[in-house]
Design a binder for this molecule. Structure first.
Ligand code: ADP
Ligand code: MG
Length: 292
């Protein structure tokens, strides 16, 4: 493509809310064969709400929820905010914790009024040697409703099964349909539970789901997709998406995403509308076609 046609193409894209941080990305996008999306905050709103609290024997909701919210008040994970808001909505006081510790991809822990409180995914409980077997069928049911199951342990004893739900964005189904219509594979990559991811995927008709990926695993997932499909674009918003945005053939960040995600991307969707991905690919195809 000539510099002029790239200028025209990127200018047209900007009018549509798609910002090209690097002009060469307009050419690169033309040959993309698959688009992989982060789940939380990209395909979903990223504003989960607490939906369920199921207690183990000997625990009360007020006790468990205020202890867990105390851990989460210092955490930046979207799930943490859901739990804090859930506790506030029930009028609970949230104590100030000591020794807060976040374990990305697993959960978080702290000392709350002298007790060790741990909250996170099933794999986190596994590393602690806390069995979640009593909640197996309930947690599967929650995950099938596209909710994310979480567990709370207090002083090494399982205290509750919690769930949060994060609705998919209005623009997601249409955005993915447009990409499939353009002949592209669409993939979701998430750290979330396999069953939850499958339930979300069902609403979106994805070609492939890569679930239960640890924060460092997103780059490996992109490399595997490149081996399978060819050139891959990755769409993400979070701090832990930055390495995958940089290693994909084309990185696309959400405009409302973190600074580090935007700085690692080639393209930014300024209006947060996922349909911008198909718009950008259409533009790149027509601009390059006109020059040849
Ligand atoms: P994603 O952003 O794709 O959901 P993460 O790597 O951030 O993936 O988290 C993976 C999983 O680890 C979450 O789905 C959740 O189960 C658990 N987790 C991580 N951090 C926390 C936290 N602060 N509180 C509760 N659960 C957490
Ligand atoms: Mg995200």
């Amino acid at each position: 493509a000539t510099p002029t046609s790239i200028m025209v193409g990127t200018g047209r894209a900007a009018e549509l809310g798609v910002l090209f941080r690097r002009g060469e990305a307009l050419q690169g996008l033309r040959d993309v064969q698959a688009v992989a999306f982060d789940k939380t905050g990209t395909l979903t709103l990223g504003q989960p709400a607490l939906t369920d609290v199921i207690l183990a024997d000997g625990f009360t909701e007020a006790d468990v929820l205020s202890a867990v919210a105390a851990v989460e008040r210092n955490s930046e994970h979207p799930i943490a905010q859901a739990i804090v808001e859930g506790a506030q909505a029930r009028g609970l006081t949230i104590p100030e914790p000591d020794d807060f510790n976040a374990l990305p991809g697993f959960g978080a822990e702290a000392i709350v009024e002298g007790r060790r409180v741990q909250v996170g995914a099933d794999r986190y409980m596994e590393t602690l040697g806390v069995s979640v077997a009593i909640f197996t069928s309930q947690s599967e049911q929650l995950a099938q409703q596209a909710k994310t199951p979480l567990y709370a342990a207090i002083d090494g004893r399982l205290a509750a099964l919690l769930a949060v739900a994060d609705p998919i964005k209005d623009s997601a189904p249409q955005a993915l349909a447009a990409l499939r219509a353009a002949g592209l594979k669409v993939v979701m990559i998430t750290g979330d539970n396999r069953r939850t991811a499958a339930a979300v995927g069902k609403q979106l008709e994805l070609d492939e789901i890569v679930a239960e990926v640890l924060p460092d695993g997103k780059v490996a997932a992109i490399v595997a997709l490149q081996a399978r499909y060819g050139r891959v674009a990755f769409v993400g918003d979070g701090v832990n998406d930055a390495p995958a945005l940089a290693s994909a053939d084309i990185g696309i960040a959400m405009g409302a995403g973190t600074d580090i995600a935007i700085e690692s991307a080639d393209v930014v969707l300024m209006r947060g509308d996922l349909r911008g991905v198909a718009t950008a690919i259409d533009l790149s195809r027509s601009v390059i076609r006109n020059i040849r």
